[in-house]
Structures are given as C-alpha cells and as structure tokens.
Design a protein around this ligand. Structure first.
Ligand SMILES: NC(=O)C1=CN([C@@H]2O[C@H](COP(=O)(O)OP(=O)(O)OC[C@H]3O[C@@H](n4cnc5c(N)ncnc54)[C@H](O)[C@@H]3O)[C@@H](O)[C@H]2O)C=CC1
Ligand SMILES: O=C(CO)COP(=O)(O)O
Length: 336
C-alpha cells in the first residue's frame, strides 16, 4: 500500500489553512507552518484557526508547527501561502530544509515589486529548483467558501504535466475540482491581475456606478490581462478559463474578496490610510498593481485600468477624476 502524500503548508492565513483542509480531505498528511507559535498551538489544541477561519473545524490529518524544519520534513509538496512581497525573504530561511524531490506549490497571487517577477520565478531564483518542480494553484477560490466545503473548480499548473497531475490527485475532493494546465505564466498572471481589476470594480461599486460599469471593467480588465499575457508568452485561452475569467468573476462579485472590499472602501470615500487600517488580511492588488504596471511597461503593453488603479491607490487621484480620464481615452477598436 502506498503511503498518503505529505504536504507542508507554509502560512496559516485564510487560504493556507483552507487549502490545508482540502489536501487533508483529499487524503494527505498536512503540516501547517505558522509564523506565530500561538496560532500553531491553538490549531493543535482546538482544531480551529480562530484568527483566519473562525468556526471551521480542521480535519484530524491537519496539524501545525512553528518550526519550518518540522513542516518540510518528508514533504512531497511544500505549499507556499504567504504574502507575495515577503516570499523571497521567507524562502531564504526555508530553502535549507527543502528535500531534493519536494514539489513547490505557489498559492500566491502577486507580482514582486522591483523585480516584477511572478511567484514561481521568485521560487526558482531563491531555491534553484527547476520549473518542472514548481507548480501553481489558482482559480475562483475564496478561502472562506472553500473552508465551508462549497463546490469550486481550480487550476493546477506546472510545466511538467505529470507533476500537475500528481498535485491534482493530492487536492481533488468532492467539493474541490482541480484541472491541470501547463501554462504557468498565464495562470499566474490571471491571478495577480484579477486582484488589480478587483480593486477597480470595488472602487466603482463604492462609487455606486452600477452593473454596466462592473461588466465593462471585468471585460476590459480581462482584455488588458490577455494583452500582457500574450506579450509574455502565455496562452490567451488561459484567460478565458478558471485562472482568468473564473477568478475575476468570483473576486469582482464577492464581498468576501479583500481586494474588492479594499476598492469599495476607497470608492466610498475612505482615505488610503483609513482603508489600509480597515484591512486585516492580505489584499495583494494594493502592492501588485504597481509591479503589474511596471511589467506592462517592460513589455510595451497598455493597461489603462491598472494604471487608473495605481493612480487612485498610490498617487492620491480622486476616483471621479480617474474615471473621467479613463472614459475620455481615445476611441479604438475592441480588438487590436
Ligand atoms: N484568501 C483567499 O481567498 C485567497 C488567497 N489567495 C492568495 O494566497 C496568498 C496568501 O493569502 P491569504 O492566506 O489569504 O492571506 P492572509 O492575510 O489570510 O494570511 C497571510 C499569512 O502570511 C503570514 N505572514 C504575513 N507576513 C509574513 C511574513 N513576513 N513572513 C511569513 N509569513 C507572513 C500571516 O501570518 C498569515 O499566516 C495571497 O497571495 C493571496 O492572494 C489565493 C486564493 C484565495
Ligand atoms: O484570490 C481570491 C479568490 O480566488 C481571493 O481574493 P481576495 O484576495 O481579493 O480576497
């Protein structure tokens, strides 16, 4: 009999913890690594991560530790679920514990500031692991809904399809349906840029602009994501799938989305400082809108919605002024 797969989940925030549940429900032995020992103790003692997933009882196959070495020990999969901008520093600490065959899995939806690297690129840089051992899980997966075991589909992407298939089996449950994909660039871009579009839609919702505005922002947001993806070698069809449209629809329609909520607060007239103070969990688009715009600049791609979000979030542009500018851009064909 083959032993159950072992997974380390690095990060006990809302998605790390919820994905740990998925892996355990699919039959894996799961060790969550928590930055704070208090959270590891609480998970082991009460089976609940009260701070991030209150009221959700974790399966018996999930345990927690504050020692990274313990989490990595014998892991077939090391699942990374920390904020995108801290990953590089975290990996520098963790790489010595990495086994020679462990597959690294990114749950993160951001682009690194400064380098404009995708998370799988940061992982490769720091660990020296090749692309065939680095995978990405993405799609319309709001953590709370997954933790409540409500049905969702997802994408498991890896350059090596066999590795993607192994990870797919390790996280396939009655409520979580992962599909494989080998377009890692497209899958990562879809996740990172949808957070930026989620901010834009939130701002529009906060301003009370209505559903036509929302539909327009989602669609044109997807168009600029696809433009960037094409310039970077992604498969444009990825953006019509779960990592693109699927995730955009979930984020842009849900009050559970931190990015959407962050935008809504700004659109309602909160200052950036007030909005940041009201946000307890990671809203990746707030930082990644800058790195996505830089990435677009490097590839000579026009991303007007992303540029608008950067203007509002980082340059103090009033949303109404930004909206007028966006709407008064020169007329053009829908596709070019
Ligand atoms: N929450 C969700 O519904 C989903 C989140 N994601 C992505 O997953 C990633 C993680 O997000 P969440 O778990 O939601 O965030 P979260 O804010 O709920 O949790 C972040 C975790 O990282 C830890 N952390 C914060 N700073 C750290 C540092 N300097 N070093 C090490 N650990 C640190 C926190 O203690 C916490 O455990 C993000 O990239 C997000 O875009 C993807 C899909 C769904
Ligand atoms: O990525 C997500 C859903 O797939 C979660 O979105 P938020 O990070 O905006 O909460």
């Amino acid at each position: 009999m083959t032993r159950p797969a072992k997974a380390a989940v690095l990060g006990t925030g809302s998605w790390g913890t919820a994905f740990g549940m998925v892996l355990a429900d699919a039959g894996c032995e799961v060790t969550l690594w928590a930055r704070r020992a208090r959270i590891a103790d609480e998970v082991n003692r009460t089976r609940v991560n009260h701070e991030y997933l209150p009221g959700i009882e974790l399966p018996a196959r999930v345990r927690a530790t504050a020692e990274a070495a313990e989490a990595f020990d014998g892991a077939d999969f090391a699942v990374l679920a920390v904020p995108s901008q801290t990953l590089r520093a975290n990996l520098a600490d963790w790489t010595p514990h990495l086994g020679p065959r462990t597959v690294l899995v990114s749950l993160m939806k951001g682009v690194e500031l400064g380098t404009t690297k995708r998370m799988s690129e940061v992982i490769g840089d720091v660990t020296g692991v090749g692309r065939e051992r680095i995978a990405v899980v993405t799609g319309p997966n709001l953590a709370k809904e997954i933790a409540e075991r409500r049905p969702a589909a997802a994408v498991v992407a890896c350059a090596d399809e066999d590795v993607a298939t192994r990870l797919q089996a390790a996280c396939h449950t009655s409520y979580f349906r992962p599909y494989t994909n080998t377009d890692v660039i497209g899958c990562e871009l879809g996740g990172a840029v949808k957070n930026v579009i989620g901010l834009a839609v939130g701002i529009a919702d906060g301003m009370g602009l209505g559903d036509n505005t929302k539909g327009s922002l989602i669609t044109r947001g997807l168009a600029e994501t696809t433009r960037l993806g094409l310039a970077m070698g992604a498969d444009p069809l990825t953006f019509a799938g779960l990592a693109g449209l699927g995730d955009l629809v979930a984020t842009c329609s849900s009050p559970l989305s931190r990015n959407h909520t962050f935008g809504t607060n700004l659109g309602r007239g909160m200052t950036l400082e007030q909005t940041v103070a009201a946000t307890r969990q990671t809203a990746e688009g707030v930082k990644s809108c800058r790195s996505v715009l830089d990435l677009a600049g490097r590839h000579g791609v026009d991303m007007p919605i992303t540029e608008t979000v950067v203007g509002i979030v980082h340059e103090g542009k009033p949303p109404m002024v930004a909206l007028k500018e966006l709407m008064s851009r020169s007329a053009k064909p829908e596709r070019r």
